[in-house]
Design a protein. Structure first.
Length: 567
């Protein structure tokens, strides 16, 4: 049976218990939603003792399903004030599954200000250890020190100084499989600040001497369906640009049609988008000894990760993704891929969400604090954040805080969280997802790339967003959404895998209902936290200002948004 690990930071005690029966068939986003609504008061202060920090694996953790080992992190968001699940790839969830742990719960806050780390050793022993000596040490140096102390057969989950300072955009960084670099981020919603409020600097998980064995209801039945799914994903990945290039390949799609954000979501085109696109990226990879087609977790066949080196061939960053490039690049009018990679490295090291911080930098440019395209000035702002200057502390708290402090009229946030790298006037279904997702503005909750180029593009977009938000909710409970995208022609196989693993009927509704229930639970949590339908709206400028690239504006009416979840 799966275990749960409960850490009480007030008493500095740990207990390992069998996982509750009600959570046995859950994982990822679904497990976090059900746990939080039962155990965390929705109106609590996110940084006080009543909030809890949750780490969990997926529905199919411990099995042979490709990409089934993503780590979900949850709690009440310090940034949005609502429910938050943020997930990441990397090695940690694989080793948690090998340790037989489905759920880690971090409760309360310490009575003093000491830092701690949770160490799960190769024999399965879990201990809290003093981490005071790592105070203020950022993620790359910190992870090196952890490897020196505990060896190489491990995964890390850590915060940098941003989390310690309780920045509302603080991320939690997960180490990549193979390299150990802390470059996979559970980035959104400020969960790094929640981890910092618990004074938990890291979770260190060693590879166990005796791996946990999953208890199947019918292992042969599960493996039959799982093999079909894995083959489907592997076949689809052969021609998937995310595999052949990486997520940066999306620049070529969005840059040509007005979906790529430019100059703080001005709606303009960015003619130089190829300078930060796939060809430039691949040329730099090849000539500098970098790598693409890298798995961030064991057994991944999509392999969308990468290693990006600087001009001298030295490691600069990894997991270099579309969102970071789009938002630090064209949205700040910067067309130097190396500078953007430096920004990515700084953010991972400090432990902050690149999306919210990049949007905040664009707002600084919009208001004239620094000039459009001034890469050195942008790096200077990130340096201020790392040093903890007065403005650096504002920057670490995100786009909305910065925008309000500078008097900016165009602040691209929903539920206090900055929107990602798609202009909602030109992909309206994504705009609906931004507006209505319980997570705050979040493309991974349901990204559509529907008709974009005139106001008639609104047709059926609410329907598309609704269906995708359901699908992404159960996908984020099971596996990586990039792999899931290749399975849509054979979704009933997931019902067969549920039956093979947990017993019962091979019914797809077991999976789809998980998505619906998760969304409704998240919305109920947010309502109890004080959110209203007014929070399910985009900023006014998307409704009032047409995109100059396409002539389109966000024209989805309130009724369509209000009935989106009337299942």
């Amino acid at each position: 049976m799966w275990s749960k690990l409960i850490i009480d930071m007030k008493t500095l005690t740990l207990s390992k218990e069998p996982l509750d029966e009600e959570y046995q068939e859950l994982g990822g986003k679904a497990l976090i939603a059900q746990y939080l609504i039962k155990n965390v008061p929705p109106q609590c202060d996110p940084l006080n003792s009543e909030n809890q920090l949750i780490f969990c694996t997926t529905v199919f953790a411990g099995t042979k399903l490709t990409t089934a080992h993503r780590l979900s992190v949850g709690g009440k968001s310090p940034l949005t004030g609502g429910i938050k699940e943020s997930n990441a790839g990397g090695y940690a969830a694989s080793l948690l599954a090998e340790q037989g742990i489905k759920l880690i719960v971090v409760k309360e806050i310490p009575v003093d200000d000491r830092l701690w780390l949770l160490h799960i050793d190769a024999k399965g022993n879990a201990l809290l250890k003093d981490a005071s000596m790592y105070e203020g040490v950022n993620n790359y140096e910190f992870v090196e020190k952890l490897h020196e102390r505990f060896g190489d057969k491990l995964a890390t989950v850590s915060i940098g100084s941003a989390g310690e300072r309780l920045y509302k955009c603080a991320s939690i960084q997960v180490s990549e499989f193979g390299s150990g670099h802390p470059s996979r981020a559970a980035a959104r919603g400020g969960l790094g600040a929640l981890m910092g409020s618990k004074r938990l600097k890291a979770v260190v998980i060693e590879k166990p001497l005796e791996p946990f064995r999953v208890n199947y209801a019918n292992e042969a039945k599960f493996n039959e369906a799982c093999l079909k799914i894995n083959k489907l994903i592997a076949e689809g990945a052969k021609s998937d640009p995310f595999h052949t290039i990486g997520t940066i390949s999306t620049i070529e799609v969005t840059g040509a049609n007005g979906v790529l954000p430019v100059d703080n979501f001005s709606g303009k085109l960015f003619p130089e988008y190829a300078e930060v696109g796939a060809n430039k990226f691949m040329s730099n990879i090849v000539t500098r000894g970098g790598r693409n087609k890298r798995p961030c977790q064991p057994g991944c066949v999509v392999q969308c990760s990468n290693v990006y080196n600087d001009n001298d061939g030295n490691y600069l960053t990894s997991g270099f993704e579309y969102e970071t490039v789009a938002l630090f690049g064209p949205n700040c009018h910067i067309s130097d891929l190396d500078v953007i990679a430096k920004m990515d490295r700084i953010c991972d090291d400090l432990g902050v969400d690149t999306m919210d911080i990049a949007n905040a930098v664009a707002v600084c440019m919009e208001t004239g604090k620094i000039q459009w395209g001034d890469a050195d000035a942008a790096l200077g702002l990130l340096k201020e954040m790392a040093e903890g200057t007065e403005f650096g502390n504002l920057l670490g708290n995100g786009c909305e805080v910065v925008g309000k402090s500078l008097g900016c009229k165009r602040i691209p946030v929903v539920k206090h969280q900055a929107i990602s790298g798609y202009d909602p006037r030109n992909t309206k279904g994504t705009g609906i997802t931004y507006a209505t997702s319980p997570m705050g503005a979040d493309h991974t909750a349901g990204l559509t790339m529907g008709r974009a180029f005139d106001d008639s593009g609104r047709a059926a977009q609410a329907y598309a967003s609704n269906k995708l938000q359901i699908a992404m909710s159960f996908a984020d409970s099971m596996m990586c959404i990039f792999a899931f995208a290749h399975t849509v022609s054979e979704l009933p196989l997931f019902g067969e895998m549920m039956a093979g693993l947990y017993g019962g009927e091979p019914d797809l509704s077991r999976v789809t209902s998980m998505g619906v229930k998760t969304l409704l639970t998240e919305r109920a949590f947010n309502k109890m936290a004080g959110m209203t339908i007014k929070d399910d709206r985009l900023p006014d400028f998307f409704y009032n200002e047409r995109s100059t690239a396409t002539g389109s504006k966000f024209d989805i009416n309130d009724l369509e948004l209000e009935v989106l979840f009337d299942f």
